[in-house]
Design a protein around this ligand. Structure first.
Ligand code: GLC
Length: 689
């Protein structure tokens, strides 16, 4: 077996893991470790390693990537491979790869099982490119929609983010190590390298950490990336409270913490003592300076042993299955992956407004208008960027459905008189507007960064108004990574669809939803406010900020404000009726799991998918709290005339609160079920003892 494996794969560098670990060549000391149970094998290798070799397990090899992969040192004599790390949350940032819809779009599917398939596909493509650590998913809370990297995460609610992130990690870790990022409190882009975020312990525990805990305890995520920013006066990579007390201590995390790149590591001793296991991408503070610190007695060898153990353990655990036979280059942008990207886009588009305009019949003639109408708007140009070989713009999507003769294109920012009269002759006009990687994204020089406004540009707003004045069937398709405000034009148009950054197949989805080939089923994973005044302040210039306990729907509910479109909202081309909610208990202990059954009927003429959401009301909380919180959800398919029962498990521990430690829920609670945070027709009560 071993010799066959060696011969078959000797030259494939990308299979270094299996080659080295399968026992091909190497030092007799390593041979003696072969065949031992995993933990014993790690111990055996550690005992065979010199201090320098152990320290070399704790940093990347060099600043720049090798074939798009960030590598860390191997220990050849012990046949211990190095890592090959690569981004990112929407596909592999190496050569060409499938560009999926961004994380926020997948968040709008409310479908963890689908997200597991996305994770598996991206993990597979990562492995095909020789990577073994995928620097994803981004699971930071979207505290404010102006955050430059909003598109990378799944939404504003910790439970929803956690469920989606767990799906992705379980999928990706079929092939490679995933990396939940950025731990923690990273929700501002422009000041990310220095900003000190003050978060009180209760807010930290209840709002900014549970989704990371889920990634660790429910998905066994292999690595966590510490964030650039400070939390409560300490850089995340230097925070024993975050890395040792909580992540490795309370949660029992057995993987490794790698820093964010370059400025993610700020020291040698403080970082090592705090629990940073790997400095990426190169040894600035670790490497020789860490060896010196050990020699000087500033860093105990035990710290090095622990970090090296974590790193080696994950290398063996994830590589132990040897070569992954069904991962060849042909999986990259395979038909299967492109179909999956299209399915996700179909399920992520959110129909926000529809005054009888949609769906357009297939016989319609359509005018596509706007600078983005014939662009595959994939999103951020930073570390989450992905380069597909093909992509489908909205215009291409409509042509694919209706044929060129029925679709006119005006890829302009303003219509001149001739265009205007031509466009007004169409049965319907679709204005494609929104943001691009220029307007928001990871801040790399002049590109990206946080948004200064949630509104569209003046030019795009003027275009919408110009078209709306021309045509009584004006459909606006919005693209972007998070909430966009619409005051000033939304009342003038008949329909609005939020398409996010819908990936390389996104144009098909836009056309299929507008034309009715697909029944829209996306639900907002974030609140769309009427205006920014409805949200907590977003400070992306100060060096120190405070994150309060309330944000998103919990903020607008707590303040008694009515957002433009609430958390969980989305329209369908059919109608869903909520029949009954049944809980499998009337009393339960605070650590129990309760199952809710919710009957939903489809009263329309088309099959559709509905996201049944369950919120718990905090009518008399011991500490100030939002009126309701999401505690479970389930996406179900319901055919016309059919009634389907959604079954949703609620972990009652999530009803507790943090006050110097976790305090259990107690007393009667109202469980509310419905189709959004502001449409909850069903109610059942349960008493927690
Ligand atoms: C970037 C990002 C991080 C990414 C890393 C490697 O600065 O913050 O998300 O994984 O560097 O590209």
């Amino acid at each position: 077996m071993v010799s066959r494996l060696c011969d078959a794969h000797r030259v494939q560098r990308a299979r270094l893991f299996a080659l080295l670990l399968a026992g091909c060549g190497g030092d007799p000391a390593a041979q003696s470790c072969d065949g031992l149970p995993l933990d014993d094998r790690v111990t055996c290798l550690l005992e065979a390693m010199t201090a320098s070799e152990k320290v070399a397990q704790m940093h990347g090899s060099q600043l720049g990537p090798v074939d798009d992969l960030y590598v860390t040192p191997a220990v050849e004599r012990l046949r211990l491979p190095g890592f090959a790390m690569v981004d990112g949350p929407r596909g592999v940032r190496a050569g060409h790869a499938t560009a999926f819809p961004v994380g926020m779009a997948r968040g709008a599917t409310w479908d963890p099982a689908l997200e597991e398939r996305v994770g598996e596909a991206i993990g597979r493509e990562t492995a095909a490119k020789g990577g073994n650590v995928l620097l994803a998913p981004t699971i930071n809370v979207l505290r404010h929609p102006a955050w430059g990297r909003a598109q990378e995460t799944y939404g504003e609610d910790t439970l929803h983010i956690g469920r989606m992130g767990v799906g992705f990690i379980v999928g990706a870790q079929q092939h490679v190590i995933a990396s939940a990022k950025h731990f923690a409190g990273n929700s501002i882009e422009d000041t990310r390298f220095e900003v000190d975020v003050t978060i009180d312990e209760r807010t930290l525990r209840e709002q900014y950490l549970p989704h990371f805990r889920m990634a660790v305890q429910e998905a066994n995520v292999g690595s966590v990336m510490s964030a650039y920013n400070q939390v409560n006066g300490l850089y995340c990579a230097e925070s024993p409270h975050l890395l040792r007390d909580i992540l490795k201590g309370e949660w029992g995390f057995e993987g490794f913490v790698e820093s964010d790149w370059i400025l993610g590591t700020r020291s040698t001793v403080a970082s090592a003592l705090a629990g940073l296991d790997i400095e990426m991408p190169a040894p600035v503070f670790y490497g020789a300076r860490l060896e010196d610190a050990v020699a000087a007695g500033e860093v105990p060898m035990a710290v090095i042993d622990e970090a090296a153990r974590r790193v080696i353990h994950k290398k063996l655990e994830f590589a132990i299955d040897g070569v992954d036979p069904n991962v060849g280059d042909d999986v990259v942008e395979s038909e299967e992956h492109l179909e999956l990207a299209r399915e996700v886009a179909n399920k992520s588009l959110v129909l926000l407004k529809n005054e009888g305009a949609l769906p357009l019949s297939n016989s319609a003639s359509v005018a596509l208008i706007g600078a983005l109408a014939d662009v595959a708007n994939l999103g951020d140009e930073g570390s989450s960027a992905v380069e597909p070989t093909t992509s489908v713009s909205p215009y291409a999507g409509f042509v694919d459905r209706l044929g060129e003769a029925a679709v006119s294109l005006f890829a302009v920012d303003v219509l001149d008189a001739a265009d205007a009269s031509a466009a007004s002759a169409a049965d319907a006009v679709v204005v494609v507007v929104g943001l691009t990687g220029e307007d928001e994204g990871e801040k790399l020089g002049p590109v990206g960064g946080d948004r200064d406004t949630l509104a569209l540009s003046d030019e795009q707003q003027a275009l919408i108004l110009q078209v709306a004045a021309l045509h009584d069937r004006t459909i606006v398709v919005l693209e972007g990574g998070a909430s966009i405000t619409m005051e000033g034009w939304i009342d003038e148009v008949e329909a609005v669809v939020m398409a996010w950054y819908p990936g390389q197949q996104g144009g098909f989805a836009v056309a299929d939803v507008v034309l009715g080939a697909v029944n829209p089923s996306g639900r907002l994973p974030i609140t769309f406010p009427v205006s920014e005044t409805q949200l907590p302040a977003f400070d992306h210039t100060s060096a120190a900020v405070t994150y309060g306990y309330f944000h998103g729907y919990r903020h607008v509910d707590h303040e008694g404000l009515d957002p433009l479109f609430p958390f969980g909202f989305g329209l369908s081309y059919t109608t869903f009726t909520y029949g009954a909610i049944r809980l499998d208990a009337v009393t339960a202990s605070a650590d129990a799991t309760v199952t809710a059954e919710v009957d939903v009927s489809n009263g329309g003429t088309r099959p559709g998918e509905e996201v049944v959401q369950i919120y718990v009301a905090f009518d008399d909380p011991p500490l100030e709290r939002a009126p309701i919180e999401l505690k479970g959800f389930s996406r179900i398919a319901v055919d016309p005339g059919e009634t389907v029962t959604a079954r949703i498990e609620i972990d009652l521990a999530t009803l507790g609160h943090y006050d110097g430690g976790w305090q259990p829920a107690r007393g009667p609670y109202r469980f509310l079920a419905g189709s959004s945070s502001r449409d909850l027709p069903l109610e059942a009560t349960l008493t927690v003892e």
